[in-house]
Each structure stands twice: as C-alpha cells, then as structure tokens.
Design a binder for this molecule. Structure first.
Ligand code: PMP
Length: 297
C-alpha cells in the first residue's frame, strides 16, 4: 500500500508516510472509534483522472462522523482538491482512496472534541477479483441497528466484516453473505447485494445495511435502462431461486456471484441483467456513453 516515500495528506499537510505521526493513545486505535471512506479514481479517455462520485463519498464521510458524534471540521471541497494532489504526487494513474477521520489522544469512553484526518491512496485492482464468487451464508449476522449506527461507515463495525470474511475463506468460499438480526439477507462484508428473478432486480432496503454509493448507482442505472427494481426483504431460500446475483461496492465494483452455499444460480452471469448493469457501471465510471442494445446484441 505504501512505502516511506508515499505522500499522504494529514491534517492539512502533505507528508511522506515516514514523517506522519499517529497517536498511540487514542479511542480510534483502541476502540475503533473512527470513520472512513473508500473512493475510486479512474483514468478517463482524455487522460484525466477522475474520482467517481467524490462529493457523495466525502458527504458520507461527514455524515458517518455526525452519526457517531465525531466532530467534522473539514471542508469537503478542500479535501477533494487535496485528494487529487496526492494522487498526482504519488504518480498514480488509477487509485483507490482512503480518507480516515480519527480522534486525538483520549483513553476514556467520552466523546471526542476534536478529530484529525488522513487521506491516502494506492493502486488497488478489483477487490473481489473478476471471477464468479462462491458465496457462503455467514454464521455471523450484521450488527443490530439498535446497538450501533450501522449507516455510519465506522472503523469498529468492520470487525464484523473481518470475522465473516475470514470464516468464509477458512471454509473454502470466496466471500460471506451476512443476514440481518431477523434472518433476512443483508449484505456482504464490504459490498451490497442484488439478485435477479424473471427480469426484475431485487435488493434489500436500507435499515440493516450500509446503503452503498455503488448501490445507489445501480439503482440509477436500472432507472435509466428501464429495468424494474424492487427493494424488499428476502431470505436465502428466495435468493437461491434467483436467476443470478451480484455484489456491488466501490472496491469490488460489480462482481458476479456464481453460487450461494454451493447452489449455483439458474443462469450464467453473461445471460443476466447483472452483466448489462456491470457494463453500464463501467461506462459511468469512465464517463463513456452506454448503449444497452450493444450489450444485448
Ligand atoms: N456494505 C458494506 C458493509 C461496505 O463496507 C461497503 C463498502 N463501502 C458497501 C456496502 C458498498 O458501499 P459503496 O458502494 O459506497 O462502496
């Protein structure tokens, strides 16, 4: 991810990674009381580098902080400029960007009065690869929304994601699928889920999930292409009857799911609407025109 010459942005300054100082006695490191974002920048046809939905990501960073009462005294326009600068200073042609808001020294369980910000960037390929995923229903549930602000992209929440992902890999699967506290399908450890049945796309409603920015983009694509989309709760039994399914997230982008608990979906991904949505998503991030007819031909 980095070496001693990597340039990062820390509290308004551009520093080498080796010069950055991070507090060891803080609530962020000890209790996971921090908030982060994951953003991708793509190289467009004209050679410029463009973050996809930068404003939406920095707005969510702010909202995530507000939800868990971490002060947010940053100007998002400044942060976006700073991010472009570190991408350039590190000579990256495409980048995954990770802003992190964390708290200064304080070992109590009282809220923070101040916060700090780190932004770093590195080159990161497709997070879940590009093969059809073998998914496993996790023995871990997503956290109870009454125990946590689950719509805040908070560091501490990701211990749940790590446990689920680790369990799936130990059992020989590619990734986990987590249910909510009521037993309905929620999401993956770092991605939202969609499935397709008889020409309609389904996805769980907000409430027990991180309502992803990629998820919102998929919904936008469905509206643009006239693909019927329904947000509703469903079980893994219903999901297993689907024609196809995919995960979506900034790091993962749009990735096909081949099977759940070793039960394959009815159609090959290439024959599903997921494939069309995947192509439309690629076109959007690269700011290219998308023609559905070309995909279906
Ligand atoms: N759910 C979880 C738990 C995630 O960590 C992510 C990745 N941020 C997503 C969904 C997808 O969110 P986005 O599309 O905003 O990256």
């Amino acid at each position: 991810y980095y070496n001693e010459n990597t340039i990062l942005y820390l509290d308004g300054a551009y520093l080498k990674a080796s010069e950055a100082n991070i507090d060891l006695y803080g609530q962020s490191l000890h209790y996971g009381y921090a908030v982060f974002e994951g953003i991708r920048a793509y190289k467009l046809a004209d050679g410029t580098m463009k973050m996809f939905k930068a404003k939406e990501h920095f707005d969510r960073l702010k909202r995530s902080c507000e939800l868990i009462h971490i002060p947010y005294n940053f100007d998002n326009e400044e942060l976006i400029k700073a991010t472009y600068k570190i991408i350039e200073d590190n000579g990256l042609t495409e980048a995954y960007i990770r802003p992190l808001v964390f708290c200064p020294p304080n070992m109590t369980l009282k809220g923070a009065h101040e916060s700090r910000i780190l932004i770093c960037a590195w080159d990161w390929g497709a997070y879940l690869g590009d093969k059809q995923l073998r998914l496993m229903t996790s023995s871990y549930q997503r956290p109870n929304p009454k125990a946590f602000k689950i719509e805040s992209k908070s560091a501490g929440l990701y211990v749940n994601s790590i446990l689920a992902s680790q369990e799936a890999k130990e059992k020989g699967f590619d990734e986990a699928l987590l249910l909510d506290i009521n037993g309905f399908v929620a999401e993956g450890p770092g991605a939202n889920l969609f499935f397709e049945k008889e020409g309609t796309i389904y996805t769980p409603p907000p409430g027990n999930i991180l309502p992803g920015i990629t998820r919102a983009t998929v919904i936008e694509i469905c509206q643009e292409l006239g693909i019927p989309l329904v947000e509703k709760l469903f079980t893994t039994d219903e999901l297993k009857q689907a024609d196809g399914a995919f995960f979506c997230g900034t790091a993962a982008e749009i990735v096909a799911i081949g099977s759940l608990d070793d039960q394959p979906f009815a159609k090959p991904f290439a024959d599903t609407l997921g494939k069309v949505i995947q192509a439309a998503y690629k076109a959007k991030v690269f700011e290219k025109e998308f023609k559905r007819e070309a995909q279906l031909a």
